[in-house]
Design a protein around this ligand. Structure first.
Ligand SMILES: Nc1ncnc2c1ncn2[C@@H]1O[C@H](COP(=O)(O)OP(=O)(O)O)[C@@H](O)[C@H]1O
Ligand SMILES: [Mg+2]
Length: 357
């Protein structure tokens, strides 16, 4: 049996570039090489597409200096064009490889937001994970809220702000303060890995938080603070086949699960199948499937919730269509607890991509 050509794309232009470079190593190691011929493509922070030789070049970061280039062509021939960067900076593509399936291991903007999925659709190449709409709607927290509202699942109350409104900061502050009381959470509508997310205990912090969030997106959400536990649920499949994993809990070593707490603080812990009040695990699993399906999810996602301390109610926070795949990431760990090895998980995701209706 001839091997299928699998392109694995990683890196990317988002603030989660480094996380992707770690996630991709887990995935590469899990690919069945008897079945797939691997083609690694790294996208630098500047957006340059590079043909990467092997995992060692990702581990030491040397791939970014390579003069080997590769791009997915939008032509419906479905090819990876491979070539060289010339000394004058021009590119010459002289090899065409027909790609059977793509695994985009990209987090955040230009990777998880439907843009690159649009390219794959143009090229007619099957790819792992959510399609254009589900990716875009899940990346944009404002639009996710609109969809999830129709399901009657509780979410934090919020005030939407547009960056241009910050010129009249007093009226924005007045609007926030008339709806919410401190502390509040401020977040860019489209971002990830807690970039631009802050908690404000007072007006000064609110103003600083709004200005910071505006650096990441022109649409900003200010939310009521939900005091409670942070619980996550992994899903795999699509439509009627969507399955939910068990529950994972985040024990952040900081005041909230910010970028440092996520990736730099060894004290941040995750617990699989934590002790929960009667019925809550089932409720979260059902909500995760409903939310994923309502957003037209395909393949995989991690759906994040709070369990509010005072009321015991389940509150939806956000959905990630390409969750982290590092060795300590919740998505693979939740499935491991259900008997999936990382190899079987990767294989199922790729198979699903090929069979996408
Ligand atoms: N409304 C909220 N109430 C309490 N904590 C929140 C709220 N929104 C966000 N957080 C905290 O901030 C973290 C990052 O926010 P999140 O919405 O998950 O954005 P990101 O896409 O960057 O992960 C969460 O994991 C949680 O710790
Ligand atoms: Mg989050």
């Amino acid at each position: 049996m001839s091997k299928k050509n699998l392109a694995v794309i990683f890196g990317g232009r988002s603030s989660e570039h480094e996380v992707s470079c770690i996630s991709v190593q887990t995935i590469i190691k899990a690919v069945n090489l008897d079945k797939y011929q691997l083609h690694l493509v790294g996208i630098t922070e500047e957006g340059k597409w590079i043909k990467v030789k092997d995992i060692a070049d990702i581990q030491d970061g040397s791939w970014k200096q390579s003069k080997d280039v590769a791009i997915i062509s939008p032509d419906t021939k479905g090819e990876l064009l491979v070539g060289k960067e010339n000394s004058d900076g021009t590119y010459c593509y002289d090899e065409n490889i027909k790609i059977d399936v793509i695994f985009p291991v990209l987090h955040g903007m230009f990777g998880e937001d439907g843009t690159i999925q649009g390219l794959f659709e143009m090229a007619g190449i099957p790819y792992v994970g959510c399609g254009v709409f589900a990716s875009a709607a899940s990346m944009d927290k404002f639009y996710t809220k609109l969809v999830v509202d129709t399901l009657g699942i509780r979410q934090a109350i919020y005030v939407g702000v547009i960056a241009s409104e910050l010129k009249n900061m007093d009226s924005v502050v007045a609007r926030v303060e008339s709806t919410l009381s401190y502390p509040v959470f401020i977040k860019p509508s489209k971002a990830g890995s807690s970039k631009g997310v802050s908690k404000a205990d007072n007006r000064e912090m609110l103003i600083a938080g709004l200005l910071e969030a505006a650096k990441h997106d022109y649409k900003i959400l200010v939310e009521e603070t939900i005091v409670g536990r942070e619980l996550e649920c992994a899903v795999i499949g699509y439509d009627k086949t969507t399955k939910a994993s068990g529950i994972g809990e985040i024990l952040a070593a900081a005041e909230f699960y910010d970028f440092d707490a996520k990736y730099n603080n060894a004290e941040s812990k995750t617990v699989i199948d934590p002790e929960l009040p009667e019925g809550k695990a089932e409720e979260i699993r059902e909500c995760a499937v409903k939310i994923f399906n309502a957003l037209d999810g395909f393949g995989l996602s991690r759906v994040d919730f709070f369990l509010e301390k005072d009321t015991g109610s389940v509150v939806f926070n956000e959905i990630n269509t390409l969750p982290g795949f590092t060795s300590i990431s919740m998505y693979p760990m939740l499935w491991k607890a259900k008997g999936y090895t990382i190899e079987s998980l990767v294989e199922e995701l790729i198979e699903m991509a090929v069979e996408r209706p």
